[in-house]
Design a binder for this molecule. Structure first.
Ligand code: HEM
Length: 488
């Protein structure tokens, strides 16, 4: 047994070396890169947390808004200012609308069969995105308003009952709106069962998105499952878990919809089926199409969980923001997310080669920390979005880069902004949020602003004190829930 493992590990190491050496050799025209080690490139210099800050630092040191880094032979292109991002992702969006290969999720875990949000295949992505966008465009948002209010009230009730579990309640908030809006599941108790089920698998997925061997050595996806019991191969099992979990976030909810559709007509999936009557004669095809379009919703739409947690975090760090500026607080909070794009062909910018298929990272953190656009960018200051009279200042650019750009721009952005606004408005009017107190020293515990790993910012669990502003909060909340349930 030992010799099998040793041989397999030795073979993998040899292949890794060969692969790295061959991968990045002889290409001299990449955007400037910080010095790296032979074979490893810049791998060891990219911190596991807040990598986007290091990218911005390198960009300043190298004097170029576009830089490249070498991670074990993989070339990653990082865009650190709004002008370059606009030039490539917007103006050349035809080239940059693809996605990187994502061998772990797409090939090993089988997402390429259904997840158009991660897909570079235009036949899968284009029709699905077009239909999805129809249901999430700005003028449609008002149709979901009652569902948003219902979700926010149920979440506030949970925060009132168990404030210490606020991180879980943020996940509930995000998941409940998707299940209610997309599938028509409006019962919070039943929805929670599904959200719990989906959450159990999400950690493996998030861990894999941050780092995994298959994205570095795609052929390792062929390693058979039985090898997962060998030392060093435990990750192989993770692939199966992500595969089953990913598919269940879509299939389980379709089954739910099909068995409840007589009672729950009000949902995006029902509307997709209805709309496709003109182009598809048989019901099975219409259901299959709606399933394809809506199936990504849980994975893509629950990004708001990070936004809700950030909202609570900024209230702990900057208690003054609770007194005013809800739109401005939401705008400030959006500044922390980024997802890679991939060009479908080699491209040139300013004399630099951007190779086909390389990851192109839209470093929205760097864009949002450009002092010429946002003075004193390190400061959390919703005031920057306001005029002296306290109105929103139209001359300050909205931080929309947090939703990406070009043809892959987040289609859920209008819904996300609306639910964030409602969540924040109810939260500050019902609760006072303060730093927790250290029981031994008596000092306030100040959480770190963001300990996010990888490329997508997410606050880690942090302690805080959440208390109702008034002894009547419970009564008020209960009566509002009763009134809105009757009227919706
Ligand atoms: C604060 C909340 C959210 C943030 C920060 C966010 C951010 C993003 C980002 C950065 C992308 C990638 C854009 C790009 O590649 O240029 C994206 C894609 C996407 N988002 Fe969101 N999103 C949020 C909420 C939502 C919601 C609520 C939905 C659904 C209702 C949604 C649905 C999607 C979908 C389907 C895609 C894939 C688009 C494509 O590949 O064409 N998002 N989002």
């Amino acid at each position: 047994m030992l010799s099998t493992t040793t041989t397999a590990l030795a073979a993998m190491s040899a292949c890794l070396l060969l692969y790295i050496v061959s991968r990045d050799r002889g290409r001299k025209n990449y955007p400037p890169s910080p010095p790296g080690l032979p074979l490893l490139g810049n791998t060891l210099d990219i911190p596991p947390r807040r990598a986007w800050e290091r990218f911005a630092e390198w960009s300043r040191e190298l004097g170029s808004p576009i830089i490249s880094v070498n991670v074990l032979g993989n070339r990653i292109i990082v865009l650190n200012d709004a002008r370059v991002a606009d030039e490539l992702l917007e103006k050349r969006s035809g080239i940059y609308s693809s996605r990187p290969r994502f061998p772990f999720v797409n090939e090993a875990a089988g997402f390429h069969h259904w997840n158009w949000a991660f897909s570079g295949e235009p036949e899968l992505w284009k029709p699905a995105r077009r239909e999805f966008e129809f249901h999430t465009r700005q003028s449609m948002v008002r149709n979901y308003h009652n569902k948003e209010v219902h979700m926010v009230l149920q979440t506030m009730k949970k925060i009132l009952d168990t404030p210490e579990n606020f991180m879980d309640h943020c996940r509930f908030a995000s998941g409940f709106l998707i299940l209610s809006m997309i599938y028509g599941l409006d019962d919070p108790i039943e929805a929670e069962k599904y959200i719990d089920k989906f959450d159990r698998g999400s950690e493996g997925f998030e861990a894999a998105m941050n780092k995994n061997i298959i994205d570095i050595l795609p052929w390792t996806r062929h390693i058979p499952l039985w090898m997962s019991s060998l030392p060093g191969f435990g990750w192989r099992h993770q692939v199966e878990e992500v595969k089953i979990w990913g598919a269940s976030t879509r299939d389980v909810m379709l089954d739910w919809y099909l068995s409840h559709r007589a009672q729950e007509p009000d949902s995006v999936i029902a509307n997709i089926i209805e709309r496709s009557k003109n182009s598809m004669a048989d019901e099975q095809s219409r259901i299959a199409f709606a399933h394809k379009v809506a199936g990504v919703s849980y994975l893509a739409g629950t990004t708001t969980v990070g936004a809700f947690r950030f909202i609570i975090l900024v209230m702990v760090l900057f208690p003054d923001v609770q007194k005013r500026y809800i739109v401005a607080v939401c705008k400030e909070t959006i500044r922390w997310t980024t997802v890679p794009h991939a060009p479908i062909q080699d491209d040139w910018y300013d004399g630099y080669l951007i190779p086909k298929g390389s990851q192109v990272v839209h470093n929205s953190w760097a864009i949002f920390h450009d002092p010429s656009v946002y003075p004193s960018p390190e400061k959390f200051s919703p005031d920057r979005f306001l005029t002296a009279e306290g109105q929103l200042d139209p001359t300050v650019p909205d931080p929309m880069a947090g939703f990406g750009s070009g043809r892959r721009l987040c289609p859920g952005r209008f819904i996300a902004l609306d639910e964030m606004f409602l969540f924040t408005a109810y939260l500050v009017s019902l609760f006072s949020i303060r730093p927790a107190i250290d029981p031994t020293s008596g000092d306030e515990i100040r959480p770190s602003p963001c300990d996010g790993e990888g490329l997508i910012g997410q606050p880690k669990p942090f302690p805080c004190t959440i208390e109702p502003r008034s002894p009547r909060t419970e009564v008020l909340l209960d009566s509002t829930i009763r009134a809105t349930t009757k009227s919706s």
